[in-house]
Design a binder for this molecule. Structure first.
Ligand SMILES: Cc1cc2nc3c(=O)[nH]c(=O)nc-3n(C[C@H](O)[C@H](O)[C@H](O)COP(=O)(O)OP(=O)(O)OC[C@H]3O[C@@H](n4cnc5c(N)ncnc54)[C@H](O)[C@@H]3O)c2cc1C
Length: 362
């Protein structure tokens, strides 16, 4: 990761192979920043990471501006019971939990707005952001909390039954399926890990894979093959999810023979076909891994651009939990607050005269 100590200098981002990408600034052509609002901290995203960052930044008197993006409240709004977030011994519904996060952030002065940050210019401070392609905003610091989106199959009934037996998180929802039969879709390491984990609760776990061999590492495969509760169903794809208010079975097709059948014993469908980090607007500016996850400096939320911090699932493909996202959101706000105190605020170039270059004001 290319980290520079100059608070006003940035480097272009790189992908996993280390190749720099040139950021595309064409979206800024013709956008007038003369009257753009200026904010000390702009937080992008309102999942557990974004709201927690907002709570901390607001309590530090930074009056954060938060953009809620395409999914206000984030991924937890797509689930029902959350039973593993500390402080809720009886569990809490995902959407209600996120409303409470929002209330707490607004109580301390967070300015929360609808809108998606579509483009950024991190070439110099103050950073330029475009919201919904057209609204210009200046930011002294930016906290990215845009999360990651679980990949689904895209079937109509699958989408309708998300949170009602269809899920993309075994760690989160596995224990709701004690003694039941579930199916995991996927053939990579996470499918193996999730299916093995699910055998703690489920009576039977089918792993449905569309090929006749797995992508998973050998050790993960072996662990799954050895588990008596797991049965592999090869060359098989889900074509429908059955049930009115809860999953009551799945319809699958063997893609070699074309034969379809209903597996009506399946009451839980776990998708383990990957996640996509929502980091497109930052392409070319921030270092990411091969899959687009933002790389942060160890033990911090610093990205390769000084003044830009990343938290939550957008930079974490390992743990992907509400509490870890909230934890890094807290870190990002503390990092941003300290960084701003150390490096000061910068006027936009239009406000500077030729003889007054960018200076940091303490
Ligand atoms: C079905 C399901 C059930 C789950 N259950 C649990 C559970 O029980 N317990 C648990 O701990 N975890 C659970 N998780 C995981 C948990 O939801 C995530 O780890 C957590 O939400 C990540 O938080 P985040 O803040 O990083 O991002 P997200 O929650 O993904 O939020 C991302 C936010 O960024 C916004 N955004 C994205 N792009 C932009 C943009 N360009 N501009 C502005 N905003 C943008 C979105 O609108 C959204 O508000 C579950 C996940 C799923 C999918």
């Amino acid at each position: 990761m290319a980290v520079t100590s100059d608070p006003n200098a940035t480097t272009n981002g790189t992908t996993g192979d280390g190749a720099p990408i040139t950021p595309d600034l064409s979206a800024f052509d013709g956008i007038d920043f003369a009257d753009a609002e200026m904010h000390d901290v702009v937080i992008i995203g309102t999942g557990p990471a974004g709201w927690t960052a907002a709570i901390y930044a607001a309590r530090a008197d930074l009056e954060p501006l938060v953009y809620m993006g395409p999914q206000p409240g984030g991924q937890l709004t797509t689930t029902t019971d959350v039973e593993n977030y500390p402080g809720f011994p009886d569990g809490i519904l995902g959407p209600e939990m996120m409303e409470r996060f929002q209330e707490q952030a607004e109580r301390f002065g967070t300015d929360a707005r609808y809108g998606t940050v579509t483009h950024v210019d991190f070439s110099e401070r103050p950073f330029r952001l475009l919201v919904d392609e057209e609204t210009p905003v200046y930011a002294q610091t930016v906290i990215i909390s845009t999360g990651a989106s679980a990949r689904y199959l895209g079937l109509e009934n699958e989408q309708r039954l998300i949170g009602k037996g269809v899920t993309a998180c075994a760690t989160c929802d596995g224990s709701f399926f004690r003694g039941e039969t579930v199916a995991v879709v996927g053939g990579g390491d996470s499918a193996m890990e999730e299916s093995t984990f699910l055998t703690k609760f489920a009576e039977k776990v089918y792993v449905l894979h569309r090929r006749d061999e797995l992508r998973a590492s050998k050790i993960m495969q072996e662990r799954a093959f050895e588990n008596e509760k797991i049965e592999f169903v090869w060359n098989t794809e889900v074509v429908d999810v059955l049930g009115e208010n809860q999953v009551e079975g799945i319809e699958v097709i063997n893609n070699e023979t074309g034969e379809t059948r209903v597996m009506d014993e399946v009451t839980g469908l776990f998708l383990a076909i990957g996640h996509t980090p929502n980091t497109d607007p930052f392409t070319g500016w921030l270092d990411t891994d091969d899959n687009g996850y933002i790389i942060t400096r160890p033990d911090s939320t610093y990205t390769n651009v000084p003044g830009v911090f990343a938290s939550g699932d957008a930079q974490d493909h390992e743990y992907r939990q509400a509490v870890t996202a909230a934890g890094t959101g807290c870190m990002a706000a503390i990092d941003a607050e300290r960084w701003l105190a150390e490096n000061g605020r910068v006027e936009p170039e239009s406000a500077r005269t030729a003889s007054q270059p960018a200076t940091a004001k303490p």
